[in-house]
Design a protein around this ligand. Structure first.
Ligand code: G3H
Ligand code: 13P
Ligand code: ZN
Length: 322
């Protein structure tokens, strides 16, 4: 099947009480690892491309690799999405260049300005059969080299969502309920410790999510910053020459809970980076004489595939939904 928009997949996800995974793609091994897992698990998927990914890999290469995945995985509904579109021009370039979905992220702007920019993108996108994700509220963390501190982040204000959606006409809404970008989502000071001394992050604000859902019945909600930062990968990285102290993510149970509610799209990037880095670090330690990139990129791609398959089944619940 050709690339699809997210309209149908989100409607099914909302009604079925699961979420679709939105995974960031930056190279061939990542595209293959994700889509092979989706093909085997019969799961729909959003492949998303950031401004940084376009700068790194080039728009055309990314589109062509995703088109190759569409051809190789004929049973998987795949949407190609711009992640964190910073302005109208970037969104327009992706809409004109084959994407089926774009995010305009004007969440750092004042409300009326966010409405104005989002509305302009929606008008252009809808005229071209493309859907639009917008954002209200600010996540903490790092994205495209912009660092937002926990103090400067702000939860979405539920009282604003109806006006925002009706004035902009956006198709889905990313909200801030305590998730955060990157592999260091919380400082140790923000966490408590369990009996084993392991850091336990502060819980997501499900009250905010529920209030938003009440005001926007049937409307798809998106969660950014939703990597779980598996301890297994952090330990592998630290055991093989890396240094990632205090890396911490969102517990899988909380994401599973969100997926059962109105959250239809869950964004995961950092866990892909961790899977690749952990695998390659271990490989280099164990095979210091190897120098053919295929030797270490093959297990790295497999690690992405295994990690994504785990998410599809145990976190998102979208396996068997293609
Ligand atoms: O939310 C941001 C994503 O993790 C993309 O990161 O801008 O470094 O490609 P990037
Ligand atoms: P993570 O850093 O938690 O993987 O979040 C990715 C994301 O939100 C991409 O938009
Ligand atoms: Zn994001």
């Amino acid at each position: 099947m050709p690339l699809v928009t997210t309209t149908e997949m989100f409607k099914k996800a909302y009604d079925g009480g699961y979420a679709v995974g939105a995974f960031n793609v930056n190279n061939m091994e990542i595209v293959q690892g994700i889509t092979e897992a989706c093909q085997e698990q019969h799961a729909p998927v959003v492949l998303q491309v950031s401004k940084g990914a376009r700068a790194y890999a080039n728009h055309t290469y990314l589109v062509k690799m995703v088109e190759a995945a569409v051809q190789e995985c004929p049973d998987v509904p795949i949407a190609l999405h711009l992640d964190h579109g910073p302005d109208f021009e970037t969104c327009k370039s992706c809409i004109d260049g084959g994407f089926t979905s774009v995010m305009i992220d004007a969440s750092s702007k004042p409300f009326d300005e966010n409405v104005e920019i989002t509305k302009k993108v929606v008008e252009y996108a809808h005229a071209h059969g493309v859907v639009v994700e917008a954002e209200l509220g600010t996540l903490a963390g790092v994205e495209d080299d912009v660092k937002v501190s926990a103090e400067d982040s702000s939860y979405t204000r539920p009282e604003e969502v109806e006006e925002f959606v009706s004035r902009t006409g956006c198709d889905s809404l990313a909200i801030a309920i305590g998730t955060s970008h990157g592999a260091y989502k919380f400082t140790p000071e923000q966490c408590t410790r369990n009996e084993q001394g392991i850091l336990v992050p502060p819980p997501l604000r499900f009250d905010v999510l529920e209030e938003v859902s009440k005001r926007l019945p049937g409307f798809p909600i998106v969660l950014h910053g939703s990597s779980s930062v598996p301890q297994k990968f952090v330990d592998m990285i630290n055991a093989h020459g890396g240094k990632m102290p205090d890396a911490i993510g969102i517990p899988e149970e909380e994401l599973r809970q969100a997926a059962k509610l109105s959250v239809c799209k869950i964004n995961i990037d950092s866990d892909i980076r961790l899977a690749i880095t952990a695998t390659i670090r271990e490989y280099f330690d164990e095979h210091p004489d190897h120098f053919d990139p295929r030797q270490y990129l093959k297990p790295a791609r497999q690690a992405v595939k295994d990690m994504v398959a785990h998410k599809l089944i145990h976190v998102l619940g979208c396996n068997g939904k293609a």
